[in-house]
Design a protein around this ligand. Structure first.
Ligand code: FAD
Ligand code: A2P
Length: 403
């Protein structure tokens, strides 16, 4: 069991940045940048000298955290508000289930990962609920995203967590445990699904989240095979209860600093984290924080592309959307890598921008082709991909999750 400790924090929403706490602290545990005042977990000795002089009470805040992973100063400096308190008694940040370690390792086995999150990513909660102690969510909606005649049945599933805190960030996934047992009577293993909604809920400030799930009817080689969990999830009806564990994922997280850009490359349900990040940025558009969003999205046709309608309606000043359709009658086959090449000037500009973070998600097969396109683009612009990739990784700017 993880050892929990209390961490002293300052609420950035209330703090008026008057510097009183920093001046009062006798051991220099409090510091600030242009944005936030923060408390160093390693230095604070709980003398409480700072508490009463604070004019707003922003200083009087605390969270339970795993002793091994308190909120870092870098994380606190990015906050707009305090993270939610995790439900008392919920398991916290213990060892990840072996299955999650295994699946994550496969998903991040390419050149992209494992890596570290962008410096301005928010602190993710992981492993709050385990297969042995899952949380029960209620299905609030199950809506088909692909057109009626499309070959793929991809669904938008909304899960509600009621009064239980289940904090997630864009780019994280959750585990779903299908009901029933295997031939040996053992509980069935969980499957991972990327969260498709922003951190403040599918419906803003509701305790819910969305998933983008494809009904698997054949294996990767095209042989008929009914996927166990995806069919269970795609058949769920409003009001059904689902056993959920997680959240999982500590690196495929979006940057939060003003001016940061995001280059997204995906196919199929790999669009889930991209939708989450895009929606987060859409909801904050009025803040005019700057930065660009550029999306390359591959599907067989418009009918097979999840969120096609909503994506085409997004404001052009928010996102530059590029669709690659591979099976449109009378048109040449197009993959995302071809579109990357076509948009080489913008792609090169973003690759060279230290504030641009790159995310690739979806079919495993796409990864090599995308990398080849990026290598060619670099070469044509007098840069060297072999030299750039390690730099991107060292800067936590290149993230791949394929399955
Ligand atoms: P199983 O019963 O486990 O497998 C049936 C057969 O189908 C097997 O032969 C298997 O190899 C093959 N198969 C497995 N997955 C696929 C697939 N995606 N396409 C074609 N064949 C497959 N899935 C989503 O739909 N949406 C997501 O957002 C999503 N996010 C994921 C995030 C991560 C990090 C990972 C690792 C996986 C993610 N997946 C996602 C895949 C998901 O976890 C399951 O693997 C998928 O739903 C199939 O599970 P199943 O139980 O239906 O099939
Ligand atoms: P294709 O028509 O050749 O299958 P899916 O519908 O199977 O989830 O695939 C999503 C999209 O990704 C489809 O357009 C598919 O094209 C395309 N795709 C398949 N293989 C690759 C690859 N190696 N690189 C890029 N895109 C790919």
């Amino acid at each position: 069991m993880t050892e929990l400790v209390r961490q002293h924090l300052i609420d950035p929403e209330i703090c008026i940045r008057c510097n009183t706490c920093e001046e009062t602290c006798p051991i220099d545990a409090i510091s600030h940048d242009t944005r936030n005042y923060v408390v160093d977990f390693e230095i604070c000795n709980w003398c409480n000298d700072c508490i009463s002089p604070c004019p707003t009470g922003a200083i009087d805040n605390y969270r339970n955290v795993a002793k091994s992973s308190p909120y870092s100063l870098a994380a606190q400096l990015t906050w707009d508000d305090l993270p939610r308190e995790v439900e008392a008694g919920a398991p916290s940040e213990g060892e990840l289930p072996e299955e999650v370690e295994r699946l994550t390792a496969i998903a991040q086995s390419g050149q992209g990962g494992p890596t570290t999150p962008p410096w301005s990513a928010a602190h993710p909660y992981v492993n709050l609920f385990t297969p042995a102690r899952p949380v029960t969510a209620t299905v609030m909606g199950n809506h088909r995203l692909t057109a009626d005649g499309a070959s793929a049945d991809i669904r938008h599933i909304v899960l509600d967590f009621g009064a239980v805190a289940f904090p997630v960030l864009e780019g994280q996934s959750i585990g779903i445990i299908p009901p029933g047992t295997d031939a040996a009577g053992r509980a069935l293993g969980m499957r991972l699904y990327s969260v498709a909604s922003p951190r403040n809920g599918e419906r803003p400030d509701y305790n819910n989240l969305a998933l983008t799930v494809k009904r698997v009817l054949e294996d990767h080689e095209g042989k008929p095979q009914k996927g166990l969990c995806s069919n269970y999830v795609c058949d769920l009806a409003k009001g059904d209860k689902v056993q959920v564990c997680g959240p999982y994922g500590t690196t495929f997280l979006m940057p939060n600093h003003p001016g940061s850009s995001i280059l997204m490359i995906c196919t199929g349900t790999g669009s889930a984290p991209m939708r989450a990040m895009t929606e987060r940025r859409r909801r904050r558009m009025a803040l005019e924080e700057g930065g660009e969003l550029m999306l390359f999205f591959g599907a067989r046709s418009a009918d097979e592309l999840p969120y096609f309608g909503p994506l085409t309606k997004l404001p052009k000043q928010l996102i530059d959307v590029n669709f690659a359709f591979s099976r449109v009658p009378g048109q040449p086959k197009r993959y995302v890598q071809q579109l990357l090449r076509q948009r080489h000037e913008d792609v090169m500009r973003l690759l060279a921008d230290d504030n641009c973070y790159i995310y690739i998600c979806g079919l495993k097969g796409m990864e090599a082709g995308v990398e080849e396109a990026l290598r060619d683009i670099c070469r044509d612009h007098g840069a060297d991909w072999q030299e750039m990739l390690p730099r991107l990784r060292a800067q936590s700017r290149y993230h791949v999750e394929t399955y």
